[in-house]
Ligand binder design. Structure first.
Ligand SMILES: C[S@@+](CC[C@H](N)C(=O)[O-])C[C@H]1O[C@@H](n2cnc3c(N)ncnc32)[C@H](O)[C@@H]1O
Length: 500
């Protein structure tokens, strides 16, 4: 599937701009346009000036916006900015908020206050842009005036230590906040490093004060999340763009650790770059439910799918109890402890943040004993029987006589284990998948959790693996609605063979 297909469906740059037409219409674009011998018009993306002129021309041609981007400022590439804006529109619509009535905050609005200009021009949103850099504030104000958008956009100079605190007024309602945070750490030369390691497709643009911040984007967004806890639902939906996939993983984890569960994330794909969007809200889910909001996510190919070992899986839709990978991880860790099974984390590729892996080593069928114990516990639950005089007597325990069998089995397991090594060694691989296999773009986060169980070793063989799987299904309280087809078919085939 081409990269362009992941661009937001309403992004007009799904189709590349017609450079020939732009060259005919705009003399400044003509100056940077290059015509090859076939008559095709292109521009040199390695030239900063060309990038700035392209952005200025697109803003004029497609949005009737007039800006000039200062030579040493960041080029606000329009396809990416539009992807973010369209996602904000999706979140607003999903939350039953009308774009022409909303007020938004753009944190770090930059020299051309690009998000504020576009949102005010396209939807007539009321926008507040915050900025720490004096020159950027002055230039942004000129852009607003030039486009006669003073009634809709306000720029506030803020202190670099604070993100929301200087701007939130008690008597105002803020529907959303957005941000393209500075990416790089102040003390490192990340920007130059990227240039050296990998020759960029596009010329790098932007200056240090725009691109660098203490702690990099993770530090900036961490501060944003922490301040948002104090501001609470005075901003209905908080959001930010994220430049690195690993940072997205860390920040989603941070939200979870703060018990912020009303969250979502999406991908912004345009040409060769991918960025991510993260949003969260403190409003109750019956008012704003981000977990069901539209998103665009490419679901990468499962690493487990290519493993040669025998594997089976438990697969079920996300629910209130298991709404993310972390819920499954803690479930598996607690269960392993209860069953006296050794569990070790297994490292996985850094960017596969929607998966987690571990290896378990079981020495005996402790889950089968647990199942029996549970049944016993149920039977011995308080039971009311009628006494001689007809009154109700509570009997606490009913003897079943099964307990000796339990310890017999346990000791035979132990003997076998001592002789033959562990009963079962298998890898658990937890993944989030899209429910719709045929489509890579998810417009609703219709996601399912899958626990792969990959057999590695053990005298208990596949039988032990399947009995542990059944135990987990019961404990997870998920009915086998969506079964792993391959293992189902394999087992069916095996049964037929046996019957023959
Ligand atoms: C990567 S630039 C984004 C500019 C613009 N929003 C865009 O998307 O092109 C980050 C901006 O955040 C500003 N900034 C850094 N710290 C800030 C803070 N604490 N509050 C507001 N703006 C900040 C920088 O000066 C810079 O203009």
């Amino acid at each position: 599937m081409s990269v362009k297909q992941y661009i937001h469906p309403r992004n007009k740059y799904k189709r590349p701009p017609d450079y020939k037409q732009l060259a005919v219409l705009y003399p400044e674009f003509r100056e940077i346009a290059i015509m090859d011998f076939t008559g095709r018009v292109r521009i040199d993306f390695k030239e900063r000036r060309s990038l700035h002129v392209l952005t200025e021309t697109l803003l004029k041609h497609d949005f009737d916006l007039y800006v000039n981007i200062p030579a040493d400022n960041l080029n606000p590439a329009i396809p990416l900015r539009l992807n973010y804006i369209l996602w904000m529109e999706d979140l607003m619509t999903h939350s039953k908020l009308e774009m022409e009535k909303v007020t938004g905050i753009d944190i770090g609005t930059g020299a051309v206050c690009i998000y504020a200009l576009l949102l005010a021009k396209i939807y007539k949103c009321q926008m507040i842009g915050t900025e720490i850099d004096k020159e950027s504030v002055e230039h942004a104000q000129k852009c607003i005036k030039k486009n006669k958008l003073q009634d809709l956009i306000e720029i506030i100079t803020v202190n670099s230590e604070r993100i929301f605190k200087d701007i939130i007024q008690d008597n105002r309602v803020y529907d959303f906040s957005m941000c393209n945070p500075p990416f790089f750490e102040s003390e490192d030369d990340g920007f130059e490093k990227v240039e050296k390691i990998l020759p960029p497709r596009n010329a790098p643009t932007g200056n240090d004060s725009e691109l660098k911040t203490e702690g990099g984007e993770i530090g900036f967004v961490t501060k944003m999340i922490e301040e948002s806890v104090e501001v609470g639902d005075r901003i209905k939906i908080y959001s930010t763009m994220i430049g690195k996939k690993v940072d997205l993983a860390g920040l989603r984890q941070l939200l979870r650790s703060k018990n912020i569960k009303n969250t979502t994330w999406t991908e912004f794909c345009q040409g060769h770059t991918t960025r991510w969007g993260l949003a969260w809200s403190f409003l109750p889910q019956n008012v704003v439910n981000l977990t069901t909001a539209p998103v665009i996510r490419k679901h990468g190919k499962s690493i487990v799918g290519s493993l040669k070992n025998y594997k089976t899986s438990i697969i079920f839709p996300m629910n209130d109890k298991f709404s993310c990978i972390d819920d499954i991880i803690s479930f598996l860790k607690v269960t392993a402890k209860e069953l006296n099974i050794k569990l070790q984390n297994v490292p996985i590729p850094e960017d596969s943040f929607d998966s987690w892996a571990c290896r378990i080593t079981a020495r005996k069928r402790s889950w089968e004993h647990m199942r029996r114990k549970r049944r016993l516990a149920q039977q011995s639950a308080l039971k009311k029987i009628k006494g001689e005089s007809g009154e109700c007597i509570e009997v606490e325990k009913i003897e079943t006589g099964n307990s000796t069998k339990n310890s017999d089995e346990e000791s035979s397991d132990k003997e076998l284990s001592d002789k033959n090594g562990p009963l079962l060694i298998c890898k658990f691989w937890v993944e989030i998948e899209s429910r719709n296999d045929s489509q890579d773009i998810t417009t609703q986060p219709d996601e399912i959790l899958r626990i792969w169980m990959v057999f590695e070793n053990g005298y208990g063989g596949l039988d032990a693996l399947h009995s542990l799987r059944q135990y987990l299904i019961n404990k997870l309280e998920v009915r086998e609605k969506i079964l792993d087809n391959s293992s189902k078919t394999k087992r069916k085939k095996k049964r037929i063979k046996k019957e023959c």
